[in-house]
Design a protein around this ligand. Structure first.
Ligand SMILES: [Zn+2]
Length: 492
């Protein structure tokens, strides 16, 4: 198609710049010396400027519009056109001055938050946070379309196109009710469980476990890389390059185990997109919830299952020896699945995790819709932690300032994590119709699972989430699968 061919050079250049930006980011987070960071950050910023120059250039905008309005596109090209046009139109609504003011507010808020978190001083961050919320609301008003009922709908649209506050309320409402009923019952059952103490393991021995875990899930090490960073992440740099980072804790090997399966799960998706995704520039268009579906699937639905526990235990025996030699499979499984209401979202168990997310969802929804003032955030946060999780929040650093998201104006992102859990449980049911998952996990054979994903899921993840989940499972999102999964797992 002529219009696509004319657009291609721009898309290739955008891809190159994104690749370079990812390499520098990966380096800054993992290997770069502290004194070299400033220079590297400047170069990183320069690449960002070049990228913005392309997407703001009249030539690029014309090429996108010609392509978007040309007839005769197939489903995949139409989707690409819709996504590119949306990006262009959103950009066109904002002036360069507004964008600059916005980026400055984010960077000031983020550095004030870093300092405030260190000193537990919410009041010092508050003026920056108030400004950020006001600016965000202004930008959302500019972007608001007829399909958006609330400002929060506009924010959601940036991460989960098509998702609405109404839909989330309908999904999170019953989920919250069930979780609040389940939690005390599960805690009671767990009281007498035989849960082994966690002993320290050298960082070096934990480093040996990482590739074994990645091999188990069939992450392709020849098309990936592993490094260490304070905040683990993964990134799809290109068709043959999907990297992860992890973090080692001497006192607790669980963190690395979960992180590697989580980030490895992300990369299973990146490494198994069909080549046509790359030919048509459709890589990296899966939404945040679609990506979190696969990472949380590998981390929890597979990684914390009773069936995979013997295999993971034997890898721990090979790597660590010591207490794992006498630990039973049942003890190992229990140790992987301790339910414990806590202050921190990141290490939360499968049951309480969604409550952490629902709290954030309710608060950010109210902030953007004007039902909650930024100054009242700590009070509301603490009330919800007490009400939902029974936890007393001792400080704002461990409370409403614990995540970086709001300091960078990432409003509307948190629901992706909980949606990922819901999608995952529904996909598990669909997969069970084709595969004996329990049998495969017991054998430690995860290859058919990766192949199933590639054929039935990843090949379609450029679709809108509402269409994608129907394509993969035959029905629209139904939270009951996740609720049933939790009941089966923790109460059976
Ligand atoms: Zn993730």
């Amino acid at each position: 198609m002529k219009e696509f061919e004319e657009l291609k050079p721009f898309l290739l250049r955008k891809r190159e710049l994104r690749h370079l930006s990812s390499i520098i980011y990966y380096d800054m987070q993992t290997r770069a010396p502290i004194d070299g960071l400033e220079d590297e950050a400047d170069i990183w910023g320069g690449i960002d400027t070049q990228y913005n120059e392309i997407i703001k250039s009249p030539e690029y905008i014309k090429a996108v519009k010609d392509f978007a309005f040309a007839p005769g596109k197939d489903l995949q090209l139409q989707r690409l056109a819709d996504l590119l046009l949306r990006e262009v139109e959103d950009n066109e609504r904002l002036t360069l001055k507004q964008l600059e003011e916005w980026n400055k507010a984010i960077s000031e808020s983020n550095s004030a938050w870093r300092q405030a978190k260190k000193t537990n001083d919410f009041q010092s961050w508050l003026p920056h946070f108030e400004k950020l919320v006001e600016l965000k609301k202004g930008l959302l008003r500019i972007k608001k379309k007829d399909c958006h009922e609330t400002l929060y709908d506009v924010a959601l649209d940036e991460y989960e196109p098509g998702e609405t506050q109404k839909q989330l309320d309908a999904v999170f409402g019953p989920l919250k009710k069930t979780l609040l009923e389940l939690l005390p019952q599960v805690m009671k059952r767990q009281e007498n469980a035989d849960i082994p103490a966690v002993l320290p393991h050298s960082i070096d021995s934990q480093r040996h476990l990482t590739p074994k875990l990645l091999e188990l899930i069939h992450y392709d090490l020849s098309r990936g890389a592993i490094a260490e960073s304070a905040h683990p992440f993964s990134d799809a740099l290109g068709i043959n390059d999907a990297r992860i980072t992890t973090e080692y804790d001497l006192e607790d090997y669980h963190g690395n185990l979960s992180t590697v399966l989580h980030e490895g799960g992300h990369c299973i998706q990146f490494q198994n997109w069909p080549k046509s995704h790359y030919d048509l520039f459709l890589e990296n268009y899966a939404t945040a919830a679609l990506c979190e579906t696969h990472s949380r699937f590998y981390e929890n639905l597979l990684g914390k299952s009773r069936e995979l526990a013997p295999r993971l235990l034997s890898l721990c025996r090979e790597t660590f020896g010591e207490e794992f030699l006498t630990m039973t499979e049942e003890q190992f499984y229990r140790g992987e699945n301790v339910v414990k209401p806590s202050l921190i979202r990141c290490d939360a168990d499968e049951l309480t995790y969604s409550l952490h997310i629902i709290i954030r969802y309710e608060l950010e929804r109210d902030l953007l819709n004007g039902d909650l003032e930024p100054k009242d955030l700590p009070k509301k946060w603490n009330e919800k932690y007490k009400e939902y999780l029974g936890v007393d929040v001792p400080s704002d650093s461990l409370g409403c300032m614990q995540d970086t998201h709001w300091s960078e104006a990432l409003f509307g992102y948190f629901p992706s994590y909980a949606l990922g859990n819901l999608y995952g449980a529904q996909i598990m049911k669909a997969m069970e119709k084709d595969l004996d998952i329990k049998g495969l996990l017991a054998k430690g054979d995860l290859l058919p699972i990766r192949k199933w994903f590639a054929e039935n899921d990843f090949a379609y993840d450029y679709l809108k989430p509402e269409d994608w989940i129907i394509k993969v499972t035959g029905e629209k999102l139904n939270p009951q699968y996740f609720i049933d999964y939790l009941k089966d797992k923790f109460l059976a």
